[in-house]
Design a protein around this ligand. Structure first.
Ligand SMILES: C[S@@+](CC[C@H](N)C(=O)[O-])C[C@H]1O[C@@H](n2cnc3c(N)ncnc32)[C@H](O)[C@@H]1O
Length: 255
């Protein structure tokens, strides 16, 4: 398994996600719609900043906690191209669920991150987040999925061209347990028909189910108030553009 799954892939991630556009996954609009005008936001796992930069257009301040140095580097270089956002976005090296920022936010969000959190760390994560939210503040996430642990052989999931190079991503998943898969990402770089390089990364894919997630949210002092999970408990990829989104409100005085 790779110690830091994004160590070499930040550039590939950015190329492939940008090609997918704002409606690609994770769903940027779902998060930006929740930003209170002029409010404060904490984003966990901002990656290359797809959500961050859109959120920062509305928020007064965005704190980002990202454990990958290469993802942070891409985010910072994108920020450098947007001087009007420079005094609003704070990018910190850190990892959920164990962090302490000594401040509270109006919104805490994370897109495409829950799969990285082991299920036995979920309650700790929600509790830490509650400690960083104002009463009535919102927590927004995606990837609350009731689908079976996926199992598939390696196949091509996306490709993008830059100059004469073609970058191709293949993935494979193996089931390790009822809520755990092992994902393999293979990035291949071609110049014309010539394969220049193959880079592989393996990491865990943790499945967080609706019922235990709702239970942990309540225990941490939240009430669920929105998202596709409340309306469609079973994820149907062919129908659902926002897989497993969930919004919860921090209950005043809890826990
Ligand atoms: C699939 S990417 C999603 C990036 C971004 N949120 C987006 O929507 O494009 C997952 C990101 O979460 C970060 N990450 C994973 N686990 C984390 C943790 N425990 N704490 C902080 N960041 C984490 C990874 O380094 C990576 O940048």
């Amino acid at each position: 398994m790779s110690a830091e799954p994004y160590a070499f892939s930040a550039g590939y991630y950015e190329l492939l996600r940008t090609a997918a556009g704002p409606d690609g996954w994770p769903p940027v609009g779902f998060f930006t719609d929740l930003v209170p005008e002029g409010g404060s936001v904490l984003e966990l796992g901002p990656g290359t900043g797809r959500i961050t930069l859109a959120v920062a257009e509305r928020a007064a301040s965005v704190y980002c906690l990202e454990r990958s140095a290469t993802m942070r580097a891409v985010l910072l270089s994108k920020l450098a191209q947007r001087p009007h956002l420079l005094d609003r976005v704070t990018v910190l090296d850190g990892a959920a669920p164990d962090f302490k920022l000594n401040r509270r936010f109006d919104l805490v969000c994370f897109g495409g991150v829950l799969e990285h959190i082991p299920t036995d760390a979920r309650l700790r994560l929600f509790t830490t987040i509650r400690e960083h939210l104002v009463d009535g503040g919102l927590l927004a996430m995606d990837m609350v999925l009731d689908e079976p642990v996926p199992e598939w052989d390696e196949h091509v999931r996306g490709e993008v061209r830059a100059g004469d190079c073609r970058y191709e991503l293949s993935t494979a998943v193996r089931k390790l347990g009822p809520d755990l898969g092992r994902l393999r990402y293979v990035y291949r770089t071609y110049l014309g028909d010539e394969l220049l390089s193959t880079e592989t990364v393996e990491r865990d894919h943790n499945l967080h189910r609706r019922e235990p997630v709702l239970k942990d949210l309540e225990a941490a002092g939240f009430e669920a108030v929105g998202g596709s999970v409340l309306h469609a408990p079973t994820y149907r990829p062919e129908e659902d553009d926002n897989p497993g989104t969930l919004v919860a409100r921090a209950v005043a005085g809890r826990p």
